[in-house]
Design a protein around this ligand. Sequence first.
Ligand code: ATP
Length: 452
Amino acid sequence: MDKIIALCKRRGFVYPGSEIYGGFGNSYTYGPYGAELKKNIKDLWWQTFVQNREDVVGIDADIILHPKTWEASGHVGGFNDQLVDCKNCQARFRADHLVEDALGQDCEGLPDEEVTKIIKDNNLKCTKCGKTDLSDVRKFSQMFSTQMAKTGAGATAYLRPETAQAMFLEYKNILDSMRVKLPFGIAQQGKAFRNEITPGNFIFRRLEFEQMEIEYFIREEQWKEVFEAWLGRMKDWCDTIGLKAEHVHELEHAQEKLSHYSKRTVDLEFDFPFGKKELYGLAYRTNFDLTQHQEHSGKKLEYFDDATGERFIPHVIEPTWGLDRTILAVLCEAYTEEKLEDGSERTVMKITSKLAPVKVAILPLMKKDGLSEKAHEIFKDLQSLGNCEFDKSGAIGKRYRRQDEIGTPVCVTVDYDTLEDDTVTIRDRDTMKQERIKISELKNLVRERYFA
Ligand code: ATP
């Protein structure tokens, strides 16, 4: 992990946020290549699950929704972690993590008093200072609240802890404006905020992160088959973004551990360097959310089936993808150290071409003698393939190594022969093989070989 974090900073993928002030609350900034990678993932997801599907439409809602949303959804009062403080050094822990790490016991969902008893009976220590002076367990809301300038009942508002709820709020507008018929989905990408007690593992657990979610509305009797279908699509997605099947695992949640709204939940876990952890989730949310919003808003949220004349509240299957965890999984899967034939070593990010932050790097062998100008012409021409980079400074070997670490699938080198015969060298990131190609054939060849 340390090597990946160092590469991310060195090569402009992810910087520690607010670094000049000493960092702040596990915040991060996606640097130029991280921002490109993130955008490529979002675009590919939107294309796969919204544009290429006839049964899914997308929305883009506000982060701050009507506060009643979170009462209806059960988040106010219910979206809590169990917190325990060290009275000696003031460190704070999630009680379930403390117990799990010390005893290997899963105490998620147990009442506060029972978890307190487990901690006391087993004399559990603060993992920071080693003292056993731990507080009783108490609830800590994961929702960030904020005060609105306007007065009245709506004064306290929340930063959304998930993107899902807006899809339920807009379900009726979508029905009325989009001529959709069951089954159909509403998709959204965007920021979510959670006041995590123990953020960490780089960008894995953050206070501010992005989600990509779909609420897929169905008839109740369809749920098993639709659930399986979405599980399949989520695994296909993992394959598309280059995660190896042997690194992705299904975790079926035990019935007694399910969230209040769910009848079945399966997580897709990924083998991160710090362990097997949740990457994505798939939940059957029943008709809990729409029923709640109907009750709290007083607005009818039924679906009318004009073929059968039935009126009912649809059920929902929810596939959810964490964007930051996707980025981390892609980076971890791509990170490769190789020993070369000449005894030297290289680090290469084997990011799948579709997601690579730089598609093609164009490198003049020398800055002078018209090579730069020629290379720049090629760079302008290749830009229609996606984000290209023109780099003319430093030794060519060093420039290749830099592009390897960024994950650029192919480099194009312009040398003195180029000026004579209009050919260039292309170098493949993974095999490091070099080939001489006519400039007139370059764009098609690169497009077909790497981006088709
Ligand atoms: P965890 O058990 O790791 O806290 P969760 O089960 O609470 O996660 P969900 O509520 O199912 O997470 O959220 C959907 C997705 O959002 C997760 O699968 C994950 O990819 C992402 N996610 C959730 N919390 C965070 C966070 N604090 N930082 C980054 N991504 C997150």
